[in-house]
Design a binder for this molecule. Structure first.
Ligand code: F6R
Length: 242
């Protein structure tokens, strides 16, 4: 595990974008695993800036996103499909057919999870997986559990996650979908490199618990302690307890 200390959110975003950029330069046809949420927005913004300057080229890149709400149409502004297009895909030269997310509109959970696992397998697995961390230690939508879920699966979102995400749904928890499809822990652990971004005081306790506490499915991110190439880029506040 490598921990990179950044001064603030902007510095964290630039450092993370640098690592992603290096990956794309080293392997132009790489597979990037991508995340949504508030934390990586600055990282995507930085990548778009460098793309506009001609410093990064996404023409051969394939992406697989971590997760998607179940039951939300793609066009919904808070679907992760919309989020990714708004923050990254619409602004760079990625090929639309190289973009992959779980299909939240497929209500047949078994079929959708099997389809998505096959997609990840067929693109050759993930070269670099970008992650945020939830306040309860979730990665993707892998919530605290009695065991680590392996492949893509359908989850019931925990009350805490619904509360944390209601800011994106007019502050109304009733509007937040109650289920999601998420990549499993095994798939995340099989990524050749894992890059986590964390910022703000609110993440300090969970960062300490996840990376300096026991490895347990009750703190899903703790499994990353065992990953051979895991990088955590955090700002001063998020790393203040370690
Ligand atoms: C989103 C995702 C989630 C977030 C986590 C942290 O694709 O996988 O695990 O990374 O909920 O979210 P933020 O960055 O909003 O604190």
């Amino acid at each position: 595990m490598k921990i990179i200390r950044a001064k603030d959110y902007y510095d964290m975003s630039r450092k993370a974008a640098n690592i992603i950029s290096a990956q794309v330069i080293m392997k132009p046809n790489c597979v990037l695993g991508l995340a949504t949420g508030g934390t990586p927005v600055g990282t995507y913004k930085q990548l778009v800036e460098w793309y506009n300057k001609g410093d990064i080229d996404f023409s051969e890149v394939t992406t697989v996103n971590l997760d998607e709400y179940r039951g939300l149409p793609k066009e919904h502004p808070e679907s992760y499909w919309s989020f990714m297009h708004r923050n990254l895909f619409d602004h760079v030269n990625i090929r639309p057919e190289a973009i992959n997310l779980p299909d939240g509109t497929n209500m047949d959970a078994d079929a959708e999870c099997a389809r998505y696992d096959a997609v990840i397998h067929n693109v050759g697995g993930v070269d670099l997986q970008l992650l945020g961390i939830g306040n309860d230690g979730h990665i993707g939508f892998n919530e605290p559990n009695e065991a680590f879920e392996l492949g893509t699966h359908c989850v019931d979102l925990k009350e805490e996650t619904i509360e944390a995400n209601k800011r994106f749904f007019d502050g109304n928890a009733d509007l937040v979908p109650k289920q999601a499809y998420t990549m499993g822990i095994k798939t995340i652990m099989q990524a050749r490199k894992v890059l986590m971004v964390a910022n703000g005081k609110g993440k300090a306790d969970i960062v300490k618990k996840a990376f300096f506490g026991p490895v347990t499915p009750e703190v899903p991110a703790s499994i990353l302690q065992m990953h051979p190439d895991f990088i955590l880029v955090g700002d001063e506040e998020a790393l203040s307890e370690i």
